[in-house]
Structure formats: structure tokens, C-alpha cells
Design a protein around this ligand. Structure first.
Ligand SMILES: [Zn+2]
Length: 212
């Protein structure tokens, strides 16, 4: 009688002990499953970190599914962009603060175009000194920049991309108290931009390209 009970309960106890250990191995970055691991609460607490880790390791945000007039593939972009341009524009990277070509660049006239597709994005008049370490603009050329909600890294930010090719520019922040007409700061990676003094030439480029 006694041995029968042990035979029935042994497989059940075995399963109850091994399942949490298995999930601990899946969810933990450590390969050492603790022998003192207790099932239940700890496994549940470990699980919510998975979507966050997924966001860190994913190079593509959901906004990547949006469609833009310039539909070049990653391989086509790699052929025309530098590795750093590709990392920032196509993989939503960020250049180190204070290192960008246009961080302390204050021309009296001219246009900043998209470094990927040449679409005019900002004029020299939009630029202001923010001291943040990246080029800052209080506004863009109308319609040139598209906004998305960016929820990566546990923050709620507004990502800005080129409306023509979807290339990542940076983020826009509002209500910081800058004495500009909009009190918005388009915080843009220099590597996403190209400056030209000749605004007319910059404006013609995308139209010429679409005809070709
Ligand atoms: Zn673009």
C-alpha cells in the first residue's frame, strides 16, 4: 500500500520540480540553475523582462513596417551609405553626443537634407543652440519629417524619420522651455543629415530622382 502511493506521486513531484528549473534556464542569462530555486513566484517575476530584452536585441522597431515613397532594401541602402550612416538611419542608432559634424554648425542660409535620400528636411533658419550635443531644430520643412511613438528602453519618446525614405533622424522633445517659436527640439543625428548652401539645388534633387 505504501509503495503504491510513492509510485503514483513520484512522477508528479518530479514534474513539479523540473518545470520551474527549465523555465529558469530559459529566462535566466545564467546557465546555472540554482538548486534552491523555488517554483512559482520567481519564475513569474523573471518573465516580464523578456519583452524588454527582445526590444533591446531587435534591430527593427514596429514602425519599420510603415511604407515610404523610397522603398530601397537594406542591401541597396548598404551600397550607398557608410556603415555609421546605415547604423543610424536604417537601424535607428544614435551617434555619440558632441561628435557630430553639424552639432556646432550655424550657417546663415542653406538646407539640411536626408543623408540617405537627399530629401530637404530642415533649413538653416530652423537650427538653434540647445547645448544637448546633437544638432537641434525647432521645426522642419513642412511634411518632411514623420513622427512615431518610440517605446524602446522603457521610455515614451517621439521618434522622427525622413518622410521620404523612413530613415531614422532622432527624436523630438516638446516643452523644454527653449526660446523658439515652437518650444520643440528636433534632436537629430548629424550622420543622418547632409548640408548644402544651395537650397534650390537641394529642393530639386528628390524630384529629379523620382523621374529617373
Ligand atoms: Zn530620406
Amino acid at each position: 500500500m505504501r509503495t503504491q502511493i510513492i509510485r503514483v506521486t513520484a512522477p508528479l513531484r518530479h514534474r513539479a520540480l523540473t518545470q520551474p528549473v527549465l523555465s529558469a534556464r530559459l529566462y535566466s542569462t545564467s546557465s546555472r540553475a540554482s538548486p534552491r530555486f523555488t517554483p512559482g513566484n520567481k519564475a513569474l517575476r523573471a518573465a516580464p523582462s523578456i519583452p524588454f530584452l527582445g526590444a533591446l536585441f531587435s534591430s527593427k522597431a514596429p514602425t519599420e513596417e510603415m511604407s515610404y515613397p523610397d522603398q530601397r532594401s537594406d542591401d541597396q541602402w548598404r551600397a550607398v551609405l557608410s556603415p555609421e550612416q546605415f547604423r543610424v538611419l536604417r537601424e535607428k542608432g544614435t551617434e555619440r553626443p558632441g561628435t557630430g559634424e553639424y552639432d556646432s554648425h550655424y550657417p546663415t542660409k542653406g538646407v539640411y537634407t536626408c543623408a540617405g535620400c537627399d530629401a530637404p528636411l530642415y533649413t538653416a533658419d530652423h537650427k538653434f543652440k540647445s547645448g544637448c550635443g546633437w544638432p537641434a531644430y525647432f521645426d522642419s520643412i513642412p511634411g518632411a519629417v514623420t513622427r512615431h511613438t518610440d517605446s524602446t528602453f522603457g521610455m515614451k519618446r517621439t521618434e522622427i524619420v525622413c518622410s521620404n525614405c523612413g530613415g531614422h533622424l532622432g527624436h523630438v522633445f516638446a516643452g523644454e522651455g527653449f526660446p523658439t517659436p515652437t518650444d520643440e527640439r528636433h534632436c537629430v543625428n548629424s550622420v543622418s543629415l547632409r548640408f548644402t548652401e544651395d537650397a534650390d539645388a537641394a529642393a530639386k534633387k528628390p524630384a529629379e530622382k523620382s523621374k529617373a
